[in-house]
Design a protein around this ligand. Structure first.
Ligand code: CO8
Length: 258
């Protein structure tokens, strides 16, 4: 990941984990088109890199991201946003095949909350605040918040957030099942989790992500069938042979991602 970026930072805390940090501190990481172009590039680069097993996405202590850049949006008109399909490529993250962990501190508002919800796992520090305040700007969520929140926390809570714009604390988001857990040193914890995920067989990891995500789209019967077929398919991999043999031989599996 040698590319130099203006609005994000990229690093490798270890050879198997890509860490992407949103970096517009003066604007509380407000999400702009140039930022998203860079973010998408870095995400897809990491997704294509065979050495990377999982990706961590984070912001600053004060803000994961305080939403879409209101200054960029303020003067837009319907004809403009409709014709140019504004925001269409802001959801690219959800097309990645490798797991993405959001490490959220501070504000995750509007598009920032939606960006976290696009990730596969959300870890939050005790300072995290989630919300969809678009209603206060005369609009509604546009990056999937209304749909993903309903699935994550149910209709009544999603409706409350979307219609009042109220922020919820990390603790409340945790109680609501919106995040995995609240933890100090959230980036460190996310990198630790990403490292653990990277130590597994990557084919099984990608299959696991695919079947869990299928639950959003399919009926239970279709989902169960898809899961079973995918499970069957893993018996064609060397990692299945190695994983089960290692268990029987009471040793650690050496996955080769084949
Ligand atoms: N856009 C642009 N600039 C922002 C944004 C934003 N969303 N949020 C903060 N900033 C800027 C401020 O303008 C300020 O800049 P300046 O110093 O030049 O005036 C700087 O960041 C610091 O902000 P504050 O002084 O306001 O800091 P406070 O600590 O007083 O307040 C808040 C922090 C509560 C987070 C406050 O900044 C705030 O309410 N921000 C806006 C939150 C919001 O409404 N977000 C929703 C935006 S709409 C949206 O996200 C649509 C989603 C579209 C889909 C996206 C798909 C991924």
């Amino acid at each position: 990941m040698s590319t130099q970026y203006e609005h994000i930072l990229t690093s490798r805390p270890n050879p198997s984990v890509a860490l992407i940090t949103l970096n517009r501190p003066k604007a509380l990481n407000a999400l702009s088109t140039p930022l998203f172009l860079e973010l998408n590039k870095a995400l897809f680069e990491a997704d294509a890199d065979q050495a990377i097993g999982a990706i961590v996405l984070t912001g600053s202590e004060k803000a994961f991201a305080a939403g879409a850049d209101i200054k960029e949006m303020k003067d837009k008109e319907f004809s403009d946003v409709y014709k140019n399909n504004f925001l269409a490529n802001w959801g690219e993250l959800s097309r990645l095949r490798k797991p993405v962990i959001a490490a959220v501190s501070g504000y995750a508002l509007g598009g920032g909350c939606e960006l976290a919800l696009m990730c596969d796992i959300i870890l939050a520090s005790p300072t995290a605040k989630f919300g969809q305040p678009e209603i206060n700007l005369g609009v509604i969520p546009g990056g999937g918040g209304s749909q993903r929140l309903v699935r994550a926390i149910g209709k009544s809570r999603a409706m409350e957030l979307v219609l009042t714009g109220r922020m919820v604390s990390a603790q409340e988001a945790d109680q609501w099942g919106m995040i995995s857990r609240v933890t100090d040193n959230v980036v460190e914890e996310a990198v630790k989790m990403a490292t653990e995920i990277s130590s597994k067989g990557q084919i099984a990891i990608q299959a696991g992500k695919e079947v869990v995500n299928a639950a959003y789209e399919l009926t239970l019967a279709e989902g169960l069938r898809f899961e079973r077929r995918t499970f069957h398919g893993l018996f064609a991999t060397k990692d299945q042979e190695e994983g089960m043999t290692a268990f029987v031989e009471k040793r650690k599996a050496n996955f080769t991602h084949l």
